[in-house]
Design a protein around this ligand. Structure first.
Ligand code: MG
Length: 375
């Protein structure tokens, strides 16, 4: 790692952990955070959770695990160029989706609706809940006891009501301040990763076509560049050569624009970063092109009738699981029944949110199937 920039987060100056622990041996505090995340149960479950495509539809589609790895890789590239702390950026990227429900956004929407009268459900807040509370691995505390900087980086957005309840990590929302540049980088890397892999997965699935995408400016530009350089290229190679150019262009753009912003704001430490406007950003031109790509994906892929069918089915599974457990918490495994004694809806939401796609499907079959074979 090259020398850290003065505006980078520094593990030696971390605001620390909620439960004080001796400094790690041979690792810095952010490396320890990353290692705890990778060893967590919630991290392993990301392998069987999806974003757009349900897990069993094909082995080649992204899962939340491969998505998180792609985010970490993109975020580290940007962090290295900007001389930010790569371990922190990587740890935030690996943790950012830990709180996602099964079945992607359809699952989250359904669970949020179920929790309407009980505080709602928000995956971003749930990621923090997983690392602060739900992981049960250490003798002296619940959760993973991560550093303030890591926890702050996970919490991308938050209502003022929740911010007040959250204490230290909620503070910046009340004071309208920014998180570290590392957190800002992880956030943008998330967007770069999913826009591009959804293009790739969307094409692979056949739900969107090259012809449709060639009307989207950023895709069209790199498609033309690849076809000019390799006139005979087609199929997977054509798609990958185009997508890799888009990712590269976005990363280069973010680095250039952000360095300019950092210089213009003249920030020379993390406290100044917190008080400045968001500094990690696309150029205005690139931002507009990203919006166009997002709109395309929204209307042509996320709202494709075949995706809508999966989403409708996923929502039904979540709703019915929620209803059956609220009706009788005795149908949940013991540890979740125990939690339900304090807050029943939250305990049910935690149990459901922790499920993988396939676990939720099996749980549904176990509870509702009536054929002899299923029993
Ligand atoms: Mg993500």
């Amino acid at each position: 790692m090259s020398e850290l920039a003065p505006y980078a987060a520094n593990p030696a100056r971390s605001r620390g952990r909620r439960h004080p622990e001796p400094a790690p041996d041979g690792r810095n505090e952010f490396q320890r955070d990353r290692d705890r995340i990778i060893h967590s149960g919630a991290f392993r479950r990301l392998e069987y959770k999806t974003q757009v495509f349900v897990n069993h539809e094909g082995d080649l589609f992204r899962t939340r695990l491969t998505h998180s790895l792609e985010v970490a890789q993109i975020a580290r590239s940007i962090a290295r160029t900007l001389r930010l702390h790569e371990d922190l950026v990587e740890a935030i990227a690996l943790a950012h989706d830990l709180g996602h429900t099964p079945f992607g956004h359809a699952g989250q929407d359904a669970l949020n609706a179920c929790m309407h009268d009980s505080g709602g459900f928000e995956h971003n807040l749930q990621s923090l809940r997983v690392v602060d509370k739900l992981e049960q691995r250490y003798a002296e505390f619940d959760g993973l006891n991560l550093t303030f900087e890591l926890r702050e980086g996970i919490l991308k957005h938050c209502s003022l009501k929740n911010a007040r309840a959250l204490g230290d990590v909620g503070e910046r929302f009340l004071k309208k301040m920014q998180p570290s540049l590392e957190a800002q980088v992880a956030n943008l890397a998330d967007e770069i990763a999913y826009n591009n892999h959804d293009v790739d997965d969307g094409l692979r699935s056949g739900l969107i076509t090259l012809d449709q995408l060639s009307k989207v400016e950023i895709f069209a530009r790199y498609l033309a560049e690849v076809q000019a350089k390799y006139p005979a290229i087609q199929g997977r190679k054509l798609i990958h050569e185009t997508v890799r150019r888009m990712i590269n262009a976005l990363v280069v753009d973010v680095c250039k624009q952000s360095l300019g912003n950092i210089n213009a704001a003249q920030v020379s430490n993390l406290e100044q970063v917190r008080k400045a406007p968001p500094l990690i950003a696309f150029s205005e031109e690139m931002r507009q092109q990203q919006i166009e790509l997002k709109r395309f994906l929204h209307s042509k892929l996320y709202q494709h009738y075949r995706v809508s069918r999966m989403s409708a089915k996923a929502q039904r599974i979540i709703r019915e699981l929620f209803a059956v457990f609220i009706e009788d918490v005795g149908l949940m495994p013991d540890e979740h029944q125990e939690r339900a004694k304090q807050d029943k809806p939250r305990a049910v939401a935690d149990y459901i949110a922790g499920m993988t796609d396939r676990y939720a499907i099996r749980e549904y079959q176990r509870l509702f199937a009536v054929s002899e074979k299923e029993l």
